[in-house]
Design a protein. Structure first.
Length: 126
C-alpha cells in the first residue's frame, strides 16, 4: 500500500512538470525599432533590444546539447530550446546574447531589413 501511495505522489508531482516543459516556448519578435524574445508562459513582456543598442549580429551554431537559459563562455547568455543554429548578438554595452531559432533564414531576413545591414556567418577570430 505504501508503494502505491508513493507512486501516486511521484506521478502527481512529475506530470505537471512534464506538461510545463512541453508548453514552454522561446518566442522572438522583430519590429522596426529592434527585436525581442521571451520565454512563454514565464514572461509576459518581451525583452527588447533596440537596433541602436546592437553592435553586431551573426548567425552561429548553437552550443552542443545546451537547452534553456544559461551563461556559456564565448556565447554570453544562451536562450535555446531546439535546433542547432541561432544568432549571436553583441550589444554596444559589451553584453553577449545567443538566441536559438529553428527559423534562422526567416529571422535573418527580417533582422537584415530593420538593421539595413547584411548579417554574416560567425567565425572564430583568433
Amino acid at each position: 500500500m505504501e508503494l502505491v501511495l508513493s507512486l501516486i505522489a511521484v506521478i502527481a508531482f512529475e506530470i505537471p512538470i512534464l506538461i510545463f516543459f512541453f508548453l514552454t516556448k522561446l518566442e522572438t519578435i522583430v519590429m522596426p525599432e529592434g527585436f525581442g524574445y521571451r520565454w512563454w508562459p514565464l514572461q509576459k513582456k518581451y525583452r527588447m533590444m533596440l537596433k541602436d543598442e546592437i553592435k553586431q549580429i551573426a548567425v552561429r551554431k548553437s552550443p552542443s546539447m545546451t537547452y534553456g537559459y544559461h551563461w556559456i563562455i564565448g556565447y554570453g547568455w544562451v536562450n535555446n530550446i531546439r535546433g542547432n543554429m541561432g544568432f549571436q548578438v553583441v550589444l554596444k554595452s559589451g553584453k553577449k546574447l545567443f538566441i536559438g531559432s529553428q527559423q534562422v533564414e526567416q529571422l535573418k531576413a527580417a533582422l537584415e531589413r530593420i538593421l539595413k545591414n547584411p548579417i554574416r556567418e560567425f567565425r572564430n577570430e583568433f
